[in-house]
Design a protein around this ligand. Structure first.
Ligand code: AVJ
Length: 322
């Protein structure tokens, strides 16, 4: 049995220093806002997987059902090509694509990209042993750091599922999509999962599950600071808060500090003071309208080939062509 390969294309700055500096910047910005990519250490990635299994979290289940129904059709539209997946996590939903690819002719190469080494290794092992005919190369880096690989991988389909693009502000999203278009060749494909605008109660339940897994996911960002930056933050004084902001069509997710506290982040040696009741934003999760997002994506260099949705129109999967 082959051991799946893992590559690290961007051996950038020290990861601990990167985390520490981003935390200092985030705590000191007004409003306080931490970068959501740091939610996904080994612990956080495992908690996110647990979120996807909660009854209230409809996103993964809905997208998976669209993929199951449409994977063969997607493969017919794209023809044979390699698959690179951004933020692949457990790669579970991607099985639908891999199976459709295997049913057609030609060898299949799969490049999952994730920041979490632990979940990337586990996913590569699982995919490699479940589908011996698929050549799997794990890529451990941030999304943008994988873009330089795309020119060599063309013809390629870039999959970005789960509505992870909803973590970006509108400006960050168009910058990201333009950079992706620039890194791809004409004729390459982009498969994008988008969570759609819906009733407030459904959205707020999805981000405030009964079992409290999402709350543990938010709190884990601060637990990670304690583990990696020696910060001794009192985790019992942190509450998870998530609500839908209809004006901006996004779920805003924050940590609320129920007691005032000061702590030190050790590589930069900076002290942070947070007052009682203060909020620190950990994520935004934007919700989309097809009539707005389609022209936006077209302005950023893609043409929309097909739009697939579920019967409740809760989630959309867009097949775009560069
Ligand atoms: C992985 C970014 C798509 O926004 O729904 C789930 C992350 N955060 N519950 C989302 C998340 C809290 C998730 N994405």
């Amino acid at each position: 049995k082959r051991t799946p390969a893992i590559v690290q294309p961007a051996l950038s700055s020290d990861p601990i220093e990167d985390f520490a500096n981003a935390c200092v910047r985030g705590f000191r910005s007004d409003p306080r806002r931490l970068e959501s990519r740091f939610l996904y250490d080994a612990e956080g990635s495992a908690l996110f997987e647990e979120i996807t299994r909660q009854p209230e979290y409809y996103l993964t289940r809905t997208e998976s059902s669209i993929l199951a129904a449409r994977a063969a059709e997607i493969r017919e539209l794209t023809g044979p090509l390699r698959i690179l997946e951004l933020g692949s996590g457990s790669s579970q939903k991607t099985d639908h694509l891999l199976r459709a690819w295997l049913e057609q002719e030609g060898p299949t190469r799969y490049y999952p990209v994730d920041v979490s080494a632990a979940s990337l290794c586990a996913a590569c092992e699982r995919v490699g042993s479940t589908y011996p005919a698929v050549e799997v190369v794990g890529v451990q880096c941030q999304y943008r750091e994988s873009f330089p690989l795309l020119a060599q991988l063309s013809p390629v389909l870039v999959a970005f599922l789960g509505s992870s693009i909803g973590n970006f502000t509108p400006e960050e999203m168009s910058c990201f999509v333009r950079a992706l278009a620039a890194a791809l060749r004409p004729g390459d494909f982009f498969l994008l999962g988008l969570d759609l605008v819906k009733e407030r109660s459904l959205l707020e339940s999805a981000y405030n599950d009964e079992a409290g897994v999402t709350a543990r996911f938010t709190r884990n960002l601060f637990a990670r600071m304690n583990r990696e930056l020696g910060s001794a933050i009192d985790l019992d004084a942190i509450e998870h808060a998530a609500w839908y902001r209809r004006d901006q069509e996004l779920v805003e997710i924050s940590a609320r500090f129920t007691r005032a506290q000061s702590f030190r982040l050790t590589p930069p040696g900076k002290t942070i003071t947070i007052g009682q009741g203060e909020l620190v934003q950990t994520e935004i999760s934007r919700k989309f309208r097809l009539d707005r997002v389609v022209p936006d994506l077209e302005r950023c260099g893609f043409s929309v080939e097909r739009v697939f949705t579920d019967e409740r129109r809760w989630f959309a999967l867009l097949l775009l062509r560069r």
